[in-house]
Structures are given as structure tokens and as C-alpha cells.
Design a protein around this ligand. Structure first.
Ligand SMILES: C[S@@+](CC[C@H](N)C(=O)[O-])C[C@H]1O[C@@H](n2cnc3c(N)ncnc32)[C@H](O)[C@@H]1O
Length: 260
């Protein structure tokens, strides 16, 4: 079924395939504390299991999954992302992997066949009806007791980051108005809708999450939440003003693990 909102977002994401690493935070960087790795390592018997990487993007997780799982589905609605993802694999890992170009709520053909689903920074469609429909589809795709692991962008971390930047500017002697103005510019505050958890950037509209919304939407889709933890990003040059904030606790995204 045609969905103009989904089609437009797929085109927008496809355009970002080439410059992806320059624009987006990388939760796989060595300095990042990411609970996803420990959670994946703890899944027993992966060699007999099937896994889907939902919104696999350029495929940074695929080599890990394709080395371990019997059957791997790499799904993304953006053609150029899938092209880059395919190029990461070869030999038996490539043979074990099926590439699916489609929106992630369209997985009826996988219903009840998946042991594990992973979605790293890809539950980002800002329209909540589409998000709910996606979570319901993932629930149906998983076998009973199957695991859903993911990372979602955090909107509360953006508020935290802004607070630190404002304080830093005040310490440097700016008055309150100027401190807020300069910090807002650095963090591109005008692109965010903090109340609804949304971010607009170069035609992309992305959902950003509060931890309570992760709990709420997973429960609504009848998942049992097992873990909700921070993915910690060190303050460095990849975050605006990051190098001046090293003495503070790090920024974060939200990692979750849920059972179907
Ligand atoms: C921020 S990137 C993350 C990519 C990858 N998971 C990673 O960790 O690098 C988001 C990806 O999800 C895909 N995506 C977003 N919403 C989607 C949807 N509803 N269905 C399929 N793919 C989607 C985008 O095309 C993009 O490749």
C-alpha cells in the first residue's frame, strides 16, 4: 500500500547514505558504552536462530550478526542504504543474509519466524500511528519469547546537553540571554520539538524518545520490557561543544531489550 510519508522518508534517508558517517552519531564507536553488545553476546545458540536488523542502514551491525546467526534479514526502506549494507558482506555471511527493501512494518511474511529483532536508531518515524504499527509488526514477526533489542535517540539527553552548554556560556561571562542564544545555535535547538520529541534536519523528520515513551509504546505493543539503559557517548568533538564538557557525566541514547 502506498504511504506518501513513508515514501518521502525513504527517499530522504537514501540521500543520506553517502554522507551517513559524517552526519550521524555512531553508537558503535569504541569509546561509546553500548549495552547492546553485552545483550547480543548473552543470546544463546545464535547459530540456530534467525535475526532481523530493522533499518539496518549502511549495515554496521550486519557483519557481527551474519557471522553468528543461521539466518539474517537486513531490512531498510532506503535503496542506497541497502546497497552500502550489502557491500559489507561476502562469502557465507552474504549467503546467510536476505536483503529486504521495505518499511519495517511490512514483515507479515516473517510472522512468527524471528528469534531476534534489532533496531538501532531506526525507530524514528515521527508519526506515532506508524510507530505503533511498526512495533505491532515486530511483535508479530517474533516467535513467542523472542527478543527485541534496540537503541533510540534520546530527547532528554538533548535537554541535558543544552543545560550544560548554557551553564558553560554563563561561566564564560555571557549574560543569560546571550548564553541561551549561543547554546541554542550550537545545538541547533530550532530543529527540535522537545514536547513531542521530534527533530527535523535537511528533509528528514526523526522521532526522539523520552524513556517513559519507550516503556509506554513497548507495553502498548504487548512487549515485556526487560532492560532500559543508557548508551553513553563520551564528550568529544562529535558532540557540539563536547570537548569542553568532559568533566560532566556523558550524554546518551536509550537502549532497550524487550520480550515478545
Ligand atoms: C539513523 S539510521 C541507523 C542505521 C543503522 N541501524 C545503524 O545503526 O547505523 C536509520 C535507518 O533506518 C531506516 N529507516 C527508518 N525508518 C524506517 C522504516 N520505517 N522502515 C525501514 N527503514 C527505516 C533509514 O533508512 C536508515 O537507514
Amino acid at each position: 500500500m502506498n504511504d506518501p510519508i513513508i515514501d518521502r522518508q525513504a527517499r530522504m534517508w537514501s540521500r543520506h547514505a553517502a554522507d551517513y558517517e559524517d552526519v550521524f552519531l555512531d553508537p558503535y564507536e569504541p569509546g561509546v558504552t553500548n549495552p547492546l553488545w553485552g545483550a547480543l553476546e548473552a543470546i544463546p545458540d545464535s547459530g540456530t536462530k534467525s535475526v532481523v536488523d530493522l533499518g539496518c542502514g549502511t549495515g554496521p551491525l550486519l557483519p557481527y550478526l551474519a557471522d553468528r546467526y543461521q539466518r539474517v534479514y537486513a531490512l531498510d526502506f532506503a535503496a542506497s542504504m541497502l546497497e552500502r549494507a550489502r557491500a559489507r558482506l561476502e562469502g557465507p555471511a552474504l549467503k546467510r543474509t536476505t536483503f529486504l527493501q521495505r518499511p519495517m512494518h511490512q514483515i507479515d511474511d516473517l510472522a512468527g519466524r524471528l528469534d531476534v529483532a534489532v533496531a538501532v536508531n531506526s525507530l524514528v518515524i515521527p508519526d506515532v500511528r506508524r510507530l505503533d504499527r511498526t512495533l505491532a509488526a515486530v511483535k508479530s514477526g517474533l516467535k513467542p519469547g523472542g527478543l527485541f533489542l534496540g537503541v533510540v535517540p534520546s530527547i532528554d539527553a538533548i535537554s541535558y546537553h543544552l543545560m550544560l552548554l548554557v551553564d558553560q556560556a554563563l561561566e564564560q561571562g555571557l549574560d543569560e540571554r546571550e548564553a541561551e542564544r549561543v547554546s541554542s545555535l550550537r545545538l541547533e535547538r530550532k530543529h527540535y520539538d522537545f514536547a513531542l520529541g521530534r527533530f527535523r534536519f535537511k528533509g528528514l523528520k526523526q522521532k526522539f524518545w523520552q524513556p517513559f515513551e519507550v516503556e509506554y509504546r513497548l507495553a502498548k505493543a504487548k512487549f515485556k520490557l526487560i532492560a532500559l539503559e543508557k548508551v553513553l557517548y563520551p564528550w568529544d568533538e562529535t558532540l557540539p561543544g563536547g570537548e569542553g564538557l568532559e568533566r560532566f557525566p556523558p550524554s546518551w541514547d536509550w537502549f532497550f531489550m524487550a520480550r515478545a
